[in-house]
Design a protein around this ligand. Sequence first.
Ligand SMILES: Nc1ncnc2c1ncn2[C@@H]1O[C@H](COP(=O)(O)OP(=O)(O)OP(=O)(O)O)[C@@H](O)[C@H]1O
Length: 430
Amino acid sequence: MKQDMIVILDLGSTENTVLARAIRDMGVYSEIHPHDITVKELQALQNVKGIILNGGENRIVDGEAVDVAPELYGCGYPVISIDHPTAKCEKRYDRIPEEPVLKSFVFDECGAEANWNMKNFVADQIELVKQQVGGRKVLLALSGGVDSSVVAALLLKAIGQQLVCVHVNHGLMRKNESENVVSVFRDQLSANLIYVDATERFLTKLANVSDPEVKRKIIGGEFINVFQEEARKLEGIDFLGQGTIYPDIIESGTKTAKMVKSHHNVGGLPEDMKFELVEPLKQLFKDEVRACGIELGLPDYMVYRQPFPGPGLGVRCLGAITRERLEAVRESDAILREEFEKAGLDKKVWQYFTVVPDFKSVGMRNHARCFDYMVIIRAINTVDAMTASIEKVDWDVLEVITNRILNEVDHVNRVCYDMSPKPPATIEFE
Ligand SMILES: Nc1ncnc2c1ncn2[C@@H]1O[C@H](COP(=O)(O)OP(=O)(O)OP(=O)(O)O)[C@@H](O)[C@H]1O
């Protein structure tokens, strides 16, 4: 293993990630583990140089204060505590200490080296995956999103053809998205990739369904069906790769790192299809996942991709999805992305997309009345997705985009710009 590690044990702190980041910013790798880790589990982690007991406001669970196993103090690692009144170590702090104090602990007391970088992280994860998987096979649902793409690239380096990727094109992908997945993973990286074009299946199931919740359920459910069918055709698969990243792991205050958001499990796999999980990114923050993707040689457009909802363009083709309007969403979205890139807005704006409502308005084309759809442009900025403000896009840029949409996208005679912040509006429309 190439990297030294400081282990943070969560004893009810709300600042575990802040602390982990502070240590990683010093160039030392740091992982957060639950308070009830055993000495054996701790010793199984490699290159641990020291432990920080990180207490805080969530220290009482079911009426009892949480604590670490007493043996932890005597097992040879330097230990300090933060906001943990019952700690039995010498150095105890009320809050996260100033940088020089933390540095002195990490480097002088623990003797850690500043060797945390993506090159070493990737090398270590490759080694760990090889140890875990051996000669067996791993199945991975590859959406083309940042997380699953980075996992795929990492697993490919570790186990090559023992990785089987499945990409499901549900017909609700953005323009060229599925094509890019095939071109990068199958053509350039020679991955074992199963590409399933399930467009007809999805669109048939979605025909005449206008309730957004029902639409989402159909898309999610059908994805599981398709994925299951593909998994059943394969033989000798023991592992399931997943793009779980640290923010997906909910900090409960005590049993951290244990509860994973349900959507992150490619959930819904039947009982008889039990796989062991391979989650090499589960300790990374989003920006670190991107850095990892770059280190692995993935293209920028994949690594810096803006957030995209699971149900894809399905929730941007409002109401009951029709092929005509779906095409209008896809084409207008592609134009918007192209023009934002030209104007340098792609690196500045958090999320931008188009939406096509399910009603028509009157217009004029070639001296005749036409009755066509409208495209709504939405471009927002946010820090935490809880609130959002609109991007004040330059008028000239908006005019170029509008003209292109009106000229190049069929069945559209009107373009609008959504001025609404969140709240009261949400980022997506459905
Ligand atoms: N069309 C698809 N084809 C294959 N796998 C998919 C597809 N859509 C979703 N998945 C799988 O389900 C996981 C969760 O999907 P979700 O849409 O919530 O994306 P996410 O959490 O942003 O992850 P990612 O960045 O990998 O897309 C993905 O990481 C991927 O493994």
